[in-house]
Design a protein around this ligand. Structure first.
Ligand code: AKG
Ligand code: FE2
Length: 244
């Protein structure tokens, strides 16, 4: 089984330890997104992408065109999540929960997140959100992902991560990650995030605070992927809340 070839990640992984959370927080505040370079090695990316046809790893398969979500498909992983997702999800959650709490306080949203992912999942599970949300996406030439928000119930962790598993230019062309921001009484702003294989983008799921002249206001974000022009593109999506 391909997952057996993935080395176990120790809890303190040098690549996670090297993340400059100060910069990630500042980029998220300024842009609503931030990039971690080379979160996964090319070998880890290849092994994860190769899981796609192996249905034993997944709980369901979604053909995007059937739901009006775009074109392409994705599969939600089953618990237990394979390495390195099982390690990355709680490891990224911890520092992101501090940013999420700061954002909610700024936006006047009366929800705070525990520092420990297991405690947050317990909250989701008690509310009936028990199904795992990490997913593997597969796009072929002509496929795209319409702008959307990954909300799966009452409990929403406000940040999520997507990791590009394929190499632009070599494995595919087109297929850029896009974020849009809808600001009150203003036109929407788009941000294209350039990623290389193994890079991760962390971004706001739903809302984020923006500092204005008269205090901060709330903007509404959506994300998607532009049309893949050639080749095949795989992404790993890491969503921190579970689904109903
Ligand atoms: O394929 C991508 O880059 C985006 C995938 C996505 O929508 C997600 O991870 O939630
Ligand atoms: Fe998404």
């Amino acid at each position: 089984m391909p997952s057996a070839t993935l080395a176990k990640r120790p809890a303190s992984d040098p690549r996670l330890d090297a993340i400059d959370w100060q910069r990630i927080g500042a980029d998220l505040d300024a842009q609503g997104c931030a990039v971690f370079d080379k979160l996964l090695s090319p070998a880890e990316c290849r092994v994860l992408a190769a899981l796609y046809p192996d249905d034993t790893s997944f709980r369901s398969r979604i053909v995007m065109a059937r739901h009006g979500f775009g074109r392409g498909e994705y599969k939600y992983f089953n618990y237990p999540l394979p390495d390195p997702i099982a390690v990355l999800r709680p490891a990224l959650y911890g520092p992101l929960s501090a940013i999420a709490n700061r954002w909610n306080a700024t936006m006047g949203i009366d929800v705070s997140f525990p520092g420990d992912h297991a405690a947050f999942l317990k909250r989701c599970h008690e509310a009936g959100q028990t199904r795992p949300t990490p997913l593997l996406l597969q796009y072929e030439a002509g496929d795209f992902n319409c702008l959307h928000q990954d909300l799966y119930g009452e409990h929403v962790f406000p940040l999520q991560v997507a990791i590009l598993l394929s190499q632009p230019g070599r494995d595919f062309t087109g297929g850029e990650f896009v974020l849009t921001e809808q600001r009150p009484r203003m036109q929407s702003r788009a941000e294209v995030v350039s990623l290389q294989q193994g890079d991760a983008v962390v971004f706001a799921v739903h809302h984020r605070p923006v500092a204005g002249a008269r205090g901060s206001y709330r903007v509404n974000l959506r994300h998607g992927v532009s049309r893949v022009k050639s080749g095949r593109r795989h992404t790993l999506g890491v969503i921190f809340h579970d689904a109903k």
